[in-house]
Ligand binder design. Structure first.
Ligand SMILES: Nc1ncnc2c1ncn2[C@@H]1O[C@H](COP(=O)(O)OP(=O)(O)OP(=O)(O)O)[C@@H](O)[C@H]1O
Ligand SMILES: [Mg+2]
Length: 368
């Protein structure tokens, strides 16, 4: 996974070393990190943590579960196998042939015969999960692995409960050699995942906030811009802009980009332009347009702070807004189900939901 160099990347070697150091100490073998969307989690994992872990001799399978919400078990198998592969496919394949619990599906045969990666997704989930265990068994006992699961909250979905249980069992017995980083943007869901007794990952990893980028990041990027532009930016200007953009690194970069293209217009103009762009994103409009009217009405109420969405009073209000009779609890539940599956809402308590993305929330609350 050699990514081209990004001169705007603000490296965080100390943070990477800190997480790896904890694993070296051995008191914990997993950690879960949360931060809101676009705050730099994946960037840190892919550009800082994983390269540092590789240097330290870890195999580093990485999976962003958002790219695999339908077939997470297969995707997991794919990334782990890709990480293991260079070190010994022949042995693994020989083993797979011998695995009796596995029905020799056409897909599996394809894999064994060497038509690898692409075929993993075709496996049945029931086969993929035990195969993962087999694969991990093939690792030499001294080989360390850092499994990085991004958007880990996907594992908390009821339909993936079986996978979560088997994954936990697989990891449990291999704690000395396999370390795990879970990351995600939904604090509420991650809290449930690691904090509820009934959940497979209960107390399995300490859950902590991912340290956000701040002044040093702004300072470093400001210096870079000033090296490129005839119109230097002051530290005050860029810090204010970072603040005005919700301390979001992605938006801050958009602002710098705009500034570099129109520097003579000044910082304030670049900021205004960026804010307009970010908080008026057409993709928000599109998401919005594609929602059924009831879902929209529910979202609007939640954005304005309504908590008990199933109550008779709220349902009456919904009906009134839509010019229809009050929807039943079941109908509201269906709408909420659509919105949570779409990662738009996240459940806090029964009846209480939050809009997951701050930018969408801002947009919903805008005066109309
Ligand atoms: N260390 C960094 N240096 C420079 N730019 C960064 C850094 N971290 C993040 N960014 C910028 O912010 C953008 C979003 O970061 P990233 O995708 O890592 O966030 P995330 O927290 O994983 O978001 P999401 O929850 O939406 O997946 C990056 O594409 C990049 O432009
Ligand atoms: Mg990410």
């Amino acid at each position: 996974m050699d990514t081209p160099k990004d001169i705007w990347h603000f490296a965080r070697p100390l943070l990477a070393r800190q997480y790896l150091g904890e694993f070296d100490l051995g008191l914990i073998s997993a950690r879960a990190l949360f931060a809101k969307r676009r705050m730099g989690k994946s960037t840190f994992l892919e550009r800082d943590l994983i390269p540092a872990a590789r240097q330290a001799g870890y195999m580093t399978p990485y999976l962003n579960l958002w790219t695999a919400t339908h077939t997470p078990a297969q995707a997991l198998l794919r990334v782990v196998s890709a990480a293991v592969a260079p070190k010994g496919w022949p042995k693994v394949l020989k083993h797979l042939k011998g695995v009796k619990s596995v029905k020799t599906s056409a897909a599996l045969k394809g894999i064994v015969e060497g038509k690898l990666e692409v075929e993993w997704e075709g496996l049945a989930a029931a086969v993929a999960a035990p195969l993962l265990g087999d694969l991990l068994d093939e690792l030499p006992s001294r080989q360390r692995m850092l499994l990085v699961l991004d958007e880990a909250q996907v594992l908390a979905r009821p339909e993936h409960s079986e996978l979560a249980h088997s994954l936990r069992a697989n990891l449990d017995s291999r704690k000395p050699s396999i370390k795990v980083i879970f990351a995600g943007s939904s604090e509420v869901t991650l809290r449930q995942m690691f904090g509820r007794v009934r959940e497979p990952f209960y107390n399995w990893a300490p859950l902590t906030p991912f340290p956000l980028l701040g002044q040093e990041f702004v300072h470093a990027l400001t210096k870079l811009v000033n090296g490129l532009s005839r119109y230097p930016l002051t530290e005050r200007e860029t810090l204010d802009a970072f603040e005005a953009l919700g301390r979001t690194p992605e938006f801050f970069r958009l602002y710098l980009n705009r500034y570099l293209a129109y520097a003579s217009q000044g910082s304030a103009a670049a900021l205004a332009h960026t804010r307009g762009e970010v908080y008026n994103d057409t993709s928000l409009h599109r998401t919005w347009r594609e929602l059924p009217p009831l879902d929209r009405a529910i979202l609007q109420l939640i954005a304005r702070g309504v908590t008990d969405v199933f109550s008779a009073a709220v349902r009456r209000q919904l009906g009134k807004g839509l010019g229809a009779p009050a929807p039943s609890v079941g109908i509201v539940q269906k709408a909420i189900g659509r919105l949570t599956r779409g990662e738009i809402l996240v459940r806090v308590e029964r009846g209480e939901y939050q809009v997951q993305d701050d930018v969408f929330l801002e947009w919903l609350k805008r005066p109309t």
